[in-house]
Design a protein around this ligand. Structure first.
Ligand code: PLP
Length: 340
């Protein structure tokens, strides 16, 4: 049988076995609705409360600042649209040109509704500079959204400086940490962010679950209307099994982060050395400060798409870009190497 080399953990990761096992009771026997007062729902309610506490502890937040969502896309849309709709005037949104589509498309939606949006440029390593932000921010800027780590080139931004600049101008600061959480240290108080998006399937949790961290007191319009779940901020019956799986996976990844990073850094070095020894003509994209294990390469004389298909025939899954780009990926069997 052909050996599979899955090198697209940016697109999604394998579900952690402990997370899977922790989820099972809530899929089969403990199926009570966490909003109900009777004793059969107690176990679901307890799991919801404990998972929120675990996640809050992993990112240095308070439990009531964690609001469960269906994943990174919903969290990003909520931050942008809920942030825009939270004031009486159509305040400006500032973001960068290299955000994920969940941010860029949400920004386009609100632009169509008459909200001004400014897209900050980045340097050749994909860095958004705080000086650029301070030049472009105005008293009319309501929200700044800059991703913590890029999904394609892995560049990590200086979030504390960007958040500081935003606050000086009176704006709320959001970061899309979907690629960062579980891979590098994320402490919301140290970062100084007001909102942070996360998605479980990027850190060995299940797909279709995530959260939005909302610092207490941050003005934010609720996004999904209906029941009173999630402190009245996000309606819909909670997906207890997935929430439990997300908490187990995050705690595990967070506690083993240092060892995982040094292992990934050693693998990175081996691959780059091998490519150099083979005298291949390539450029490594992104900045020095990048996500462990994220390698974005450009080969001078090769077409990326052709390379992807040749590697796929050898059982190696890499990517030529983001897996969220539906036009590109309709006929790509395996998306990967960098982040989706
Ligand atoms: N933001 C970033 C940076 C991502 O890489 C992704 C993943 O595709 C998302 C948002 C969307 O997350 P999800 O797949 O949970 O909707």
């Amino acid at each position: 049988m052909k050996r599979l080399i899955y090198a697209d953990n940016a697109a999604t990761t394998q579900l952690d076995r402990d997370a899977f096992e922790a989820m099972q009771p809530f899929l089969l026997n403990e199926y009570g609705n966490a909003s109900q007062p009777y004793s059969f729902a107690r176990s679901a309610k307890k799991a919801l409360r404990e998972s929120r506490e675990i996640i809050a502890e992993c990112i240095g937040a308070s439990p009531e600042e964690i609001i469960f969502t269906s994943g990174g896309t919903e969290s990003d849309n909520w931050a942008i649209k809920g942030g825009a709709f939270s004031g009486p005037e159509k305040g400006e949104i500032l973001t960068s040109q290299i955000e994920h589509h969940a941010i860029l498309r949400a920004c386009q939606d609100i632009e169509h509704m008459g909200y001004p949006v400014t897209y900050l440029s980045v340097d050749s390593a994909g860095i958004v500079h705080a000086e650029e932000l301070s030049k472009r921010i105005t008293p009319n800027t309501r929200l700044v959204s800059i991703m913590m780590a890029n999904n394609e080139i892995g560049t990590i931004q200086d979030i504390p400086s960007l958040a500081r600049e935003s606050h000086l101008a009176g704006a709320v600061f959001h970061t899309d940490a979907v690629q960062a959480l579980g891979h590098i240290k994320v402490d919301v108080r140290e970062l100084g962010v007001d909102m942070l998006s996360a998605s479980a399937h990027k850190f060995n949790g299940p797909k279709g679950i995530g959260f939005l961290y909302i610092k207490s007191g941050t003005p934010l319009h609720s996004f999904i209307s209906g029941g009173a779940q999630e402190f009245g901020m996000r309606a819909g019956t909670e997906n207890i099994a997935s929430i439990v799986g997300m908490a187990v996976a995050l705690r595990k990844n967070t506690s083993s982060q240092a060892e995982t990073s040094s292992y990934l850094n050693s693998l990175e070095a081996r691959l780059i050395d091998a490519l150099r020894s083979a005298k291949l003509d390539f450029i490594r994209n992104g900045s020095e400060n990048h996500l462990p294990g994220n390698i974005s390469l450009s080969f001078q004389s090769s077409d990326g798409e052709a390379l992807l298909h040749r590697l796929d025939l050898m059982g190696i899954c890499v990517s030529t870009g983001s897996a969220c780009d539906s036009k590109k990926n309709t006929d790509i069997p395996c998306a990967a190497s960098h982040r989706s």
